[in-house]
Design a protein around this ligand. Structure first.
Ligand code: PLP
Length: 409
């Protein structure tokens, strides 16, 4: 850590505004959203109000019965007290019951489930518990950034497995080089996928889990969007048996609880044990009252069904808006995102910028900002991610503007 002269003189020089950090923090690249962000700020400076479809953060309020359970939890734990490192037994039991009801899989609440401070925390930290410096972690590309950043912080090496139309939006197992597979310790899969909205079939999950088992690689399935689906409910990797498998899920998307920060990791007890040990050294568990809110959330499916309907309406709205503007039809099976393909000859940044036109004003994320290894993606793999989280009125207004004003090439 470096302290600047300002600590002594009270003056801040330009150089001192530059943060100096560890080698690990410095190796994390700058945010590739810069171009879109700059354009958005310029529009704001002109007094315009672009609508943010960037983050997957639901704008809908957390259902009232969940907020009430949280408030009651605060009263019940009036003497605060540290919560258990791995989650309270009632929380882990609620997860176990929910998994049993939803997927028919039995989990031992004691040895096969650990609470997390949301999946981002567990995904980022897991490599610290499972890999050694130089080990490879296979990450879908484009994919959720903590797969790679967590690997880098644990001094591992991310291997980007491209997902695009040519791989059916799932990692192509046959394309992973043997030298990579030999050094790999973790393989991340996102199902339903962010950003593509593709759901892995039970057949794919079986092949993936077996592929990992044969190579002694931990199969880590990130199922954060498992409840945001538009057709058949997605399957879990846990249906393939727990041996060598870890599943990550959270209440963030299912129950619009992104701000509560509560999730869980479940699976092979041999793998849960090192993660639990790591957690005990990092944080001191999810707050009691948040766990009580989560228990309440898992007791109800009605609010989840209603939320799904809201996303389905938005999906249909945006898919037709893009189609009416002459873009290729891009319909997600699940997740919060429309992964809209750009027309031939238009880059992802070009499409994202066109959506920021003053007549549209939609902020989206171009695939160029999400891809870790561009060399594995052809020019035809150009997309923008539009997160379906805005209010219905804003969504309708922007969808109409897209259909009427988005003109490319
Ligand atoms: C693919 C994926 N996994 C995990 C998460 C983490 O969600 P949380 O930390 O809120 O549980 C997100 C959040 O956007 C995500 O997109």
């Amino acid at each position: 850590m470096v302290f600047g002269l300002s600590e002594v003189t009270g003056m801040v020089s330009r150089e001192e505004l530059n943060v100096v950090g560890s080698k690990r923090i410095l190796q994390i690249g700058t945010y590739a959203m810069a171009a879109v962000k700059e354009r958005t700020e310029a529009l704001r400076a002109k007094g315009l109000s672009p609508v943010d479809f960037g983050m997957g953060d639901p704008s809908a309020p957390t259902p009232e019965f969940i907020r009430r359970a949280c408030a009651e939890g605060i009263e019940r734990h009036a003497a605060s007290g540290y919560p258990p490192f791995s989650g309270s037994l009632p929380f882990r039991q609620a997860v176990s019951d929910w998994v049993k009801g939803r997927f028919g899989v039995t989990l031992d609440a004691d040895s096969e489930i650990v609470s997390s401070v949301g999946s981002k925390e567990s995904i980022f930290h897991l490599p610290e518990a499972l890999i050694d410096p130089g080990d490879v972690v296979i990450c879908p590309d484009p994919g959720y950034p903590p797969y790679a950043t967590g690997t880098l912080f644990a001094e591992g090496e991310p291997h980007y497995a491209p997902i695009h139309g040519g791989t059916d939006f799932l990692p192509d197992l046959d394309a992973i080089p043997d030298q990579i597979a030999e050094r790999a310790r973790i393989f991340w899969l996102t199902t339903p996928s962010s950003p593509s909205g593709r759901v892995a079939s039970p057949e794919y999950l079986k092949r993936w889990v077996e592929w990992c088992r044969q190579r002694n690689i931990v199969a880590c399935s990130d199922e954060a969007y498992s409840e945001i689906y538009f057709d058949e409910p997605p399957h879990t990797a846990l249906e393939q048996g727990k041996d060598g498998v870890l599943v990550f899920n959270s209440l963030s998307k299912r129950s619009a609880m992104t701000g509560y920060r509560v999730g869980w990791v479940a699976g092979d007890p041999q793998l849960i044990a090192p993660y639990r040990k790591l957690k005990a050294n990092i944080d001191t568990g999810t707050p009691w009252f948040i766990q009580e809110a989560a228990i309440a959330a898992y007791s109800d499916e009605e609010h989840v069904a209603q939320m799904r309907e809201g996303y389905r309406k938005r999906r249909d709205l945006f898919v037709s808006a893009f189609e009416n503007a002459g873009l290729p039809r891009s319909e997600p099976e699940a997740s919060l995102y429309v992964w809209q393909r750009a027309p031939e000859g238009v880059t992802s940044t070009g499409l994202a910028e066109a959506l920021l036109d003053e007549k549209i004003l939609a902020v989206t994320i171009p695939s160029a900002a999400l891809i870790g290894d561009p060399s594995q993606h052809g020019p035809e793999e150009q997309y923008v991610r539009l997160s379906m989280v805005a209010s219905w009125d804003e969504s309708e207004q922007i969808a109409t503007a897209i259909a009427e004003h988005l003109r490319l090439g």
